[in-house]
Design a protein around this ligand. Structure first.
Ligand code: FAD
Length: 396
């Protein structure tokens, strides 16, 4: 029996003993995790069974068709797309046991405490300090652009543990409890009017050593695994044809025959082809990824995703003309702190403004081009100063 047939039968058998209509949603999700039918590419005992990632959409479809409760992945993108594969790759058995199940069921939402006012593209410049104190660490510093921190129970955190090391060498990676009294989350309002992200002040935050992920000083390596996963999570999802931004804009085009011109038609078709090529590349990438840890290949997907999303959302405004300038009818430009990040929802004006962030979040397009040039194509490295040279050695 093929893997696909086998996993289909497992879902059927699971549904026979767990009626979605009669089971408490959380208990259903926990049981699905325990049966290895959560993220099927993860290992047995951690919600999966080491199957190809390509089987995941089929499993999710079967559960959705049966009316099964969802773990609401749209509310926990950082947890599912970034924290989970990093914990799987670098966590101790106790950390995997503690964190992965409530992360997958959606009981615990995660955010990412990486960027700082002086450390964005140059992430290794992180200045937040973690100092050893008995069997734990005391953390002080400021993070910024922290998406979803207002809903998060835990964070993946990059902090400096040894200021005397070369900058990439003195970092350590932690799992931070956002309910610690020293964590202060303040909203930052975006161009869309919403405050999806926040600044986060960390004052004498205590983190037990058991929540250090990877060795002391290994933070840069662990963070790179997270960033590679982030680029796949943002740009490389295996999606259906004409879904995402191209689906929305093609729909707008079909609903407005009166707005069509040959020039808009030509641009839409070109972008449709670009979106389809990107989608097929995403499918190929997800088939190559048997389990959690992608290399830098996801960077190319993220770069194309950002360009296509920005061009399409701009084209949609042009198709709609004046109507496209109306913004969130009914709600106005009120600040909200959303529960989920939504690239394609709401109205055309929101989509256009939100897409601006796509070429910044998860690494700017300029930085991603450097990564594609150096680590995928093997072109000569960008000039760096002597101070940075040890980083190149650490990175390999
Ligand atoms: C919507 C959104 C959500 C985000 N969510 C999170 C989050 O949850 N957690 C988190 O930690 N961070 C988050 N970020 C932060 C994001 O990762 C950073 O904004 C990004 O890495 C860029 O850093 P910076 O803003 O400091 O810009 P800078 O690093 O100051 O860059 C400024 C400009 O200089 C360019 N530049 C810098 N260095 C180079 C170079 N070597 N070569 C060429 N050009 C260069 C950049 O491309 C950019 O155009 C989010 C950002 C956005 C927009």
């Amino acid at each position: 029996m093929s893997d696909a047939d086998d996993v289909r039968r497992q879902v059927e058998a699971f549904l026979e003993t767990h009626d979605p209509a009669a089971t408490d949603p959380l208990e259903f999700l926990r049981a699905r995790y325990d049966a290895g039918l959560a993220w099927v590419a993860f290992p047995a005992g951690h919600g999966g069974q080491g199957l190809p990632q390509a089987l995941q959409p089929e499993v999710d479809r079967l559960f959705a068709e049966a009316g099964a409760p969802s773990n609401r992945p749209e509310t926990n993108g950082i947890g599912l797309g970034m924290a989970a594969p990093t914990i799987l790759g670098f966590g101790t058995p106790a950390q995997k046991e503690r964190f992965l199940r409530p992360l997958w069921t959606g009981e615990e939402i995660w955010c990412q405490l990486f960027s700082e006012p002086g450390a964005g593209s140059d992430l290794a410049n992180v200045a937040t300090r973690a100092v050893r104190d008995g069997d734990g660490w005391v953390v002080n510093g400021q993070k910024v652009w922290t998406s979803g921190a207002h809903n998060a129970r835990f964070a993946i955190l990059l902090a400096r543990t040894d200021p005397d090391q070369v900058k990439h060498g003195g970092l350590t990676y932690f799992l931070c409890d956002m309910t610690d009294p020293g964590v202060d989350v303040r909203p930052l309002r975006q161009i869309t009017g919403e405050a999806e992200f926040n600044e986060v002040f960390l004052t004498d935050v205590r983190i037990p050593d058991g929540q250090r992920l990877g060795d002391e000083g290994q933070g840069w390596r662990v963070a790179n695994a997270t960033l590679n996963n982030e680029r796949v999570a943002i740009g490389g999802k295996a999606a259906a044809r004409e879904s995402g931004m191209i689906g929305v804009v093609a729909d707008t085009w079909r609903r407005h025959p009166e707005r069509r011109t040959p020039e808009l038609h030509d641009r839409l078709l070109r972008l449709w082809v670009d979106a389809e090529v990107a989608r097929q590349t995403g499918l190929r990438l997800s088939q190559k990824l048997a389990q959690g840890q992608p290399g830098p290949e996801g960077a190319g997907m993220k770069l194309s995703f950002a360009r296509i999303a920005q061009e399409l959302s701009g084209l949609e405004l042009e198709i709609l003309g004046e109507e496209g300038l109306r913004y969130e009818s009914g709600q106005g430009w009120t600040m909200v702190r959303p529960e989920r990040v939504d690239f394609t929802g709401r109205d055309a004006g929101f989509r256009y403004l939100r897409a601006k962030g796509n070429s910044i979040e998860g690494g700017t397009s300029e930085i991603i081009r450097n990564i594609v040039a150096e680590r995928v194509l093997g072109l000569p490295a960008e000039h760096r100063t002597d101070k940075d040279r040890p980083w190149k050695e650490l990175e390999r």
